[in-house]
Design a protein around this ligand. Sequence first.
Ligand code: SF4
Length: 240
Amino acid sequence: MTKDELRQRLEFYQDLGVKTIYRRSVTTVPAPPIPNPQPPVLSLPTLEPTQDSLLTILADIGDCKRCRLHEARHKIVFGSGNQEARLVFVGEGPGADEDQQGLPFVGRAGQLLTQMIEGTASKEGIPIKRPDVYICNVVKCRPPENRTPQPDEMEICGQFLYRQLQAIKPKAICLLGSTAAKAVLNTKDGVTRLRGKWHNWRDIQVMVTYHPSYLLRPYNQSAKKEAWEDLKKVLHYVYD
Ligand code: SF4
């Protein structure tokens, strides 16, 4: 394994929330004659799921109790849409409607997201509907009182999000709101600073825009225009 491959592998573990790696086995290349001894070749156990699929990830989540958010949830909201989508939207976490139905973005914010996707696509002559994309959240269980997920909850549940994104391998990801941006881009910057520009996650283009629930507030109407602009950019990049 080259240095670069080792670095990439370790970064992958870090994204999964793995903080400590043990050397389970070490294979030593037979020592060449002195004076040119070669360093030992490190053989790391492979944690990266091979041929991961959404079904495997769902099965791994199971009746998850890995963080405190399981305590008040009714249903785990895994994600929905095209499993081979070229575009994935990531929100923060389920709300009350989503928690009841087990589906992401089905409440008022979800209806606005559908309008935004389908309305923009239709205006721009791009023949896609909501079921053509994939939609999920950073955390899969509803935070009490719709509070923002806490860092440890995002870290634990985020491993499933990363696996979903890796399994789908979309052409672009659209992050809705600052929680999704923080989880995927590992940044403290807010949406205003991040939106409208391309970012990158594991060689996938990433756009950040406002969460639809923010756009539902009457005093945020100028943000709505910006969100539509962001979406237009993403849709053209993915489907042109
Ligand atoms: S939020 Fe994620 S990690 Fe926490 S209990 Fe739900 S599925 Fe498990």
